[in-house]
Ligand binder design. Structure first.
Ligand SMILES: C[S@@+](CC[C@H](N)C(=O)[O-])C[C@H]1O[C@@H](n2cnc3c(N)ncnc32)[C@H](O)[C@@H]1O
Length: 265
């Protein structure tokens, strides 16, 4: 009986969240105006989106395995940064399948790229990103390791980002892309500010200004609220890029994601 009530309440909750999301439909939005706005955001940061996109398209033609089917703008962002700035030391929090570290290696061939992820025995590793089945987890890790091995510029470490100071390094570019909710993303932002070089850039993925559900790993306003607090206290400069420019990803304000660019003040 208790279980049944729990299931009914869960369904009602889900329906309520869906309803709230539909209500956040933005009638003004179109792919054309998001793309134009995105190009301006790039320009304001001194970045050339078109140049970055052309470079990415040519890299993907030669390396189809690195194709980002979800059309996330982070690839174009990294690419346009690589046209403007040398980043001798790069840190990626959240290696996942290793493809992004490979892309960074192509964009920044001279750089040393540290990429960290949780140990596969950590329950947060097993319980996220469909890695709960042992066989699938072993296959996932083997493919990641094969992808990254023999690359002298990529240093992969099994390390919880809570311990990033153990790397004993400072960085020119940090990609915060581990757990996206409280408390980890807040810890990652604060720790990253302590190990970013003076003129370094921090990028933080999957930033929601608003959302229906806040969870620990995928969907949360934690990054936005943390960055707003730091910005309001004059500790950082920050700006938001659309995570995707397609209308389908932006039509509901509560589903819209951003990538934050952060500089230490
Ligand atoms: C969104 S994926 C990373 C995607 C990858 N950066 C890319 O651009 O394709 C998030 C990864 O972060 C890892 N992660 C989550 N919490 C972490 C933590 N505290 N420390 C290190 N890695 C973490 C997860 O195990 C997962 O593999």
């Amino acid at each position: 009986m208790k279980f049944l009530i729990y299931k009914i309440l869960k369904k009602i909750n889900l329906f309520y969240f869906k309803f709230k999301t539909y209500l956040s439909y933005d009638f003004k939005i179109s792919k054309k105006n998001i793309k134009l706005e995105q190009e301006l955001i790039f320009q304001n940061e001194g970045l050339d989106r078109k140049k970055g996109e052309d470079k990415i398209l040519s890299i993907i033609r030669d390396n189809p395995d690195l194709n980002n089917n979800l059309k996330s703008e982070h690839q174009i962002l990294f690419s346009s940064i690589s046209e403007k700035k040398k980043c001798p030391k790069i840190l990626e929090i959240g290696t996942y399948d290793g493809k992004n570290a490979l892309l960074l290696n192509i964009l920044f061939p001279e750089s040393e790229i540290f990429t960290i992820d949780l140990d596969e025995n950590d329950s947060n590793f097993s319980n996220t990103y469909q890695r709960s089945k042992v066989n699938e987890k072993i296959k996932f890790c083997k493919e990641r390791d094969d992808r990254l091995k023999n690359n002298k510029n990529i240093i992969f470490k099994k390390l919880n980002s809570i311990n990033i100071k153990n790397l004993n390094q400072t960085f020119d570019l940090i990609w915060i892309d581990g757990a996206h909710g409280y408390p980890m993303v807040t810890i990652d932002i604060i720790n990253s500010l302590n190990i970013i070089k003076e003129d370094g850039i921090i990028l933080c993925d999957d930033v929601y200004k608003n959302t229906t559900i806040n969870d620990k790993f995928y969907k949360s306003t934690a990054a936005f609220e943390t960055l707003e607090t730091l910005r309001n206290n004059n500790m950082i400069y920050s700006n938001l890029f659309y995570k995707r420019v397609e209308k389908s990803f932006n039509k509901y304000a509560l589903e819209r994601k951003f990538i934050a660019l952060v500089k230490k003040l």
